[in-house]
Design a protein around this ligand. Structure first.
Ligand code: DAH
Length: 329
């Protein structure tokens, strides 16, 4: 028995010096101190001894086991400490990392500015979903099925009944279905068109829709409101024109062009918005009394407006996320 205890002690000492990690320490514990470990087995053997022999070996065995346990505990503490130090180790001599300050995207800034101007004119802000029904995007806005005006808006259909909205005008429908006049609202958002991508058009862009419905709204008020906007946004000397146009949901309809004058190049008119008096059919569709109420509406392209104001020649740069472009604003 004494030989066995000595051997166990010796083996333990030899093996403990090879332990370098908590994992191998755990293996060592199981081998020597675990429920089926070497020391535990020696205790089992000890129990079988005749009682007069017990005192002789008991002390030795107890001492051997408790000193192994002590060595184990100390080593465990050391390993745990060094492992946790490893995790939080920070090299304080390294250079700091520069924190780069971001800024609002130029389209967000433009949108904010548009919203601010119309808020000042008494408009509230509403939003609608980008996944829209054919019903709201077309039908309710007086585009009957097979109407050629649907072709003006190359649509991304999700299925027969749903699509990515091609304009923000369906938000007008949602609003008027839920609220009786007076309504004076601005509805900004993303719209999608399945068009060939070029410097002038992209599959995604932003629009801001405006709607005013009340008892005696006039086309003159529509013009006046838009002119106030143009002057506040582009400056007092902005050159603009209203041009007759067609939209299924307004009658009469117009488009507004702003003069675009790149430095050293020939200038030209750029269309920035469509507008008109809400077609009585649309009011009827949303169950607003079209004998009593009239309305005007407009929808402007945010990218177009930003391109004009900041002299950007290609719509795609708004979506490229090239920091060299974004940092200019
Ligand atoms: N929804 C039209 C488009 O995307 C723009 C538009 C025109 C909106 C006239 C209006 C409007 O509200 O009255 O081309």
């Amino acid at each position: 028995m004494l030989d066995k205890i000595e051997l166990a002690e010796k083996n333990f000492k030899n093996e403990v010096v090879t332990v370098k990690s908590l994992e191998s320490l755990e293996e060592l514990r199981i081998k020597f101190l675990g429920r089926k470990g070497i020391f535990t087995e020696l205790f089992e053997e000890f129990k079988q001894l005749p009682s007069d022999e017990k005192p002789k070996y008991g002390q030795v065995l107890n001492k051997a086991k408790s000193s192994a346990q002590k060595v184990f505990d100390e080593l465990k503490g050391k390993l745990e400490k060094s492992e946790s130090e490893k995790k939080v180790y920070i090299d304080l001599t390294l250079d700091g990392r520069e924190v780069e300050l971001g800024s609002k995207h130029i389209l967000t800034q433009t949108l904010d500015e548009i919203k601010q101007i119309f808020k000042g004119l008494g408009f509230s802000i509403y939003e609608g979903p980008e996944l829209e029904s054919d019903h709201n995007n077309f039908e309710m806005l007086n585009f009957p099925a097979d109407h050629p005006a649907r072709d003006m808006q190359d649509t991304f259909f999700v299925n027969d009944n749903f699509l990515l909205r091609t304009h923000t005008s369906p938000v007008q429908v949602r609003l008027m279905e839920n609220k009786q006049p007076p309504i004076r609202a601005l509805m900004p958002g993303k719209v999608y068109r399945n068009e060939a991508i070029s410097a002038k058009s992209y599959c995604l862009f932003h629009q801001v829709e405006g709607l005013y419905v009340d008892e005696d709204v006039t086309f003159a008020e529509l013009k006046g409101t838009l002119v106030v906007f143009l002057k506040q946004f582009f400056g007092e000397d902005v050159k603009y024109r209203f041009r007759p146009s067609f939209f299924p949901f307004t009658e009469p309809s117009a488009e507004v062009d702003v003069w675009w004058q790149p430095k050293g190049k020939e200038g030209r008119w750029l269309e920035i918005l469509g507008c008109g008096m809400v077609d009585p059919n649309v009011l009827e569709n949303v169950k607003i009394d079209n004998e009593k109420y009239v309305g005007y509406a407009f929808g402007m392209g945010v990218e177009r407006i930003a391109m004009l104001k900041y002299g950007v020649g290609d719509i795609r740069v708004f979506f490229d996320n090239d920091k060299r472009f974004l940092k200019q604003f």
